[in-house]
Design a protein around this ligand. Structure first.
Ligand code: UDX
Length: 458
C-alpha cells in the first residue's frame, strides 16, 4: 500500500507543499520517506543532528530560546565552527532547515528530538532542568495538534531512567493521545561531527515501543551502520559507558606514560605495541596532557556521581578523573625542572582549544596550564589558530598574557614553550623555534617533529 500525504508548510515567508510517501510492505515493514522533524536545542548536538537529517532529505526545524542563535542560523551562518557545517547550512537553510524560537513545528512533526544541555551540578551530577522543561513544552505543543503517533527522542546525554521516568511522564502530563518515547545517544566528535553523524559506527535506539522503534529506523533508513535496539535505560548507559571507556584509555595511557618518562621509555612506542593487539586496538591511547572538552570530564563525573547515588564506590572513574586532573601539574613540574624560577619568564603556549579542529575551549588543558603559569608569575604568549577569541573572554590581553597571530610570534623571545593542543600545523614548526630565547620545548601532545622537543610523558 502506498499513501501520499500532502502537507501545507509555512516557514517564514515561504509556503510550500511537502509530499510524504509512506510505503507499507508485508509484515508491517514501513518505508517512510521525508520525515518532518523538530529538534529542541540548536547547540552542538542539536544543530548537527538537524542539518544532517535535512541533508538526508527530511524537513527539519531546530528550536532554541536564544534569539540571536536562531537569527544566525536562519541567515545561513554557523553559530559554532564545525567542518562542513557552513556549506550544509547554505544548502538547506530556508529550504529544508529552519530555526525558530517557538515550539509550533512540534505539532506537525513525526519525530521530536530533545538535544538541550545537561550541564554538571556542583556535585558532578547532570542538571536535568532543561530536559524537563523541553519535555513539558513538547507535551503542551502536542496537546493541540499532532501527527499520528509522534515520537519524542532524547538525544541529550542523560543519566539512566531519565527518558522513562522524567521525559515520557512530562510529555504525557499534557498529551493524552498515544505517542512514542525513545533514547538515541549521539557519539559525535567535535570537529568531525558531520562525518561522524553521516557515517556512524553504530546507531543505538533505546525504546520498548515497537512503533517508536519502527519510526526511528526510518530516521536512520539511509545510514550504513548497525542498529542496536536496547531498553531506554541501556541506551542512556551506553553513552556514559562509551565516554568513560575512552576517557579511561586516555588516563591509562597517561599513567603508563608518566611511568615511562621516569624510566626513559617512549610511551608512544609502547602503546603502538599495545594497540596492535586486536583485543585492544590503537584508538585513544595517545598519552599527553589529558582530555578536555564538553563530554569526557562532565560525563565521567556524572557517571561517578550516579554510581555513588546507588551505593557503588566508583574507584576506577575517580582515578580516571584524578589522573587527568594531575597531568597539567606534571607538565608544570617538568617545566620548573627545566626553567627553575618562572617569575617574569616568557612562556609560549601553543594551542588553546581542547583539541584540534575546533574553537571550543571547554575544559581545555591549556586553560589549566595558563592558571598555573599565572600563579607562578610567568608572562604568557599564546597562539591558537581558532580559539584565541574565546580565551580572551576568560583571560583578557594584559601585561601577563598576550595573544599572537602565529606560533612563530608567540615563540619570539620565549624562555620556554608548552604545546597544549594537537593542531596539525604544529607538526610543521621548525625554524620558528630559533626565535626563542632558550629552546626549552615541552610537547604535551606528541605533535612536534623536532628532535630537541621533550615529551611530557615520553
Ligand atoms: C568525545 C567522544 O569522542 C564522542 O564520541 C562524544 O560524543 C563526545 O565526547 P570530543 O569531546 O569531541 O568527543 O573529543 P575527542 O576527540 O574524543 O577528544 C577528547 C579529548 O581527549 C581531547 O582533549 C583530546 O585531546 C583528548 N585525547 C583524545 C587524548 O588525550 N588522547 C587520545 O588518544 C584521544
Amino acid at each position: 500500500m502506498i499513501t501520499l500525504h500532502l502537507i501545507r508548510k509555512e516557514h517564514r515567508a515561504d509556503v510550500h507543499l511537502t509530499i510524504r510517501i509512506i510505503i507499507i510492505l508485508p509484515e508491517d515493514r514501513i518505508i517512510l520517506y521525508m520525515l518532518t522533524i523538530t529538534i529542541i536545542g540548536s547547540g552542538y548536538v542539536g544543530l548537527i543532528t538537524g542539518i544532517c537529517l535535512a541533508e538526508r532529505g527530511n524537513t527539519v526545524t531546530v528550536v532554541d530560546i536564544d534569539e540571536e542563535k536562531v537569527r544566525v542560523i536562519n541567515a545561513g551562518e554557523p553559530p559554532i565552527y564545525e567542518e562542513g557545517l557552513q556549506e550544509l547550512l547554505k544548502k538547506h537553510v530556508g529550504v529544508s532547515l529552519h530555526a525558530s524560537t517557538s515550539y509550533t513545528s512540534v505539532s506537525e512533526s513525526d519525530v521530536i528530538f530533545i538535544a538541550v544541555g545537561t550541564p554538571p551540578l556542583p556535585d558532578g551530577s547532570a542538571d536535568l532542568q532543561y530536559i524537563r522543561s523541553a519535555a513539558e513544552q513538547i507535551g503542551i505543543a502536542l496537546l493541540e495538534k499532532h501527527v499520528k503517533y509522534p515520537v519524542v527522542v532524547v538525544k541529550s546525554t542523560v543519566p539512566p531512567t531519565t527518558t522513562r521516568d522524567i521525559v515520557c511522564p512530562a510529555v504525557k502530563k499534557h498529551m493524552e493521545e498515544p505517542f512514542g518515547c525513545c533514547m538515541n545517544p549521539e557519539f559525535l566528535r567535535e570537529g568531525r561531527a558531520i562525518e561522524d553523524f553521516m557515517h556512524p559506527d553504530r546507531i543505538v535506539i533505546g525504546s520498548d515501543d515497537e512503533e517508536a522503534i519502527a519510526k526511528m529506523k526510518q530516521v536512520y533508513a539511509d545510514f550504513d551502520a548497525p542498529i542496536l535496539v536496547t531498553s531506554p535505560t541501556a541506551a542512556e548507559m551506553i553513552k556514559y559507558a562509551a565516554n568513560a571507556m575512552l576517557a579511561t584509555r586516555i588516563s591509562f595511557s597517561n599513567e603508563i606514560g608518566n611511568v615511562c618518562k621516569k624510566l626513559g621509555i617512549d610511551v608512544y612506542e609502547v602503546m603502538k605495541g599495545v594497540g596492535l593487539d586486536n583485543r585492544i586496538g590503537p584508538a585513544f591511547l595517545n598519552a599527553g596532557v589529558g582530555f578536555g572538552g564538553s563530554c569526557f570530564p562532565k560525563d565521567v563525573s556524572a557517571l561517578a556521581s550516579l554510581a555513588t547515588s546507588v551505593g557503588i564506590d566508583p574507584i576506577l572513574l575517580h582515578s580516571v578523573i584524578t589522573v587527568n586532573d594531575n597531568q597539567p601539574s606534571i607538565m608544570m613540574a617538568l617545566l620548573e625542572e627545566r626553567v627553575h624560577d618562572l617569575a617574569d619568564k616568557q612562556i609560549a603556549v601553543l594551542g588553546l582549544a581542547f583539541k584540534d579542529n575546533t574553537d571550543d575551549i571547554r575544559e581545555s588543558r591549556a586553560l589549566c596550564m595558563i592558571e598555573l603559569l599565572r600563579e607562578k608569575g610567568a608572562r604568557i604568549s599564546c597562539y591558537d589558530p581558532m580559539a584565541m577569541e574565546e580565551v580572551k573572554h576568560i583571560f583578557p590581553a594584559s601585561q601577563e598574557i598576550s595573544y599572537m597571530s602565529s606560533a612563530g610570534d608567540a615563540l619570539d623571545g620565549a624562555d620556554a614553550c608548552l604545546v597544549m593542543t594537537e593542531w596539525p600545523e604544529f607538526e610543521k614548526l621548525d625554524k620558528e623555534f630559533s626565535r626563542m630565547k632558550t629552546q626549552i620545548i615541552i610537547d604535551g601532545r606528541h605533535i612536534l617533529n623536532i628532535p630537541h622537543a621533550e615529551g611530557l610523558c615520553w
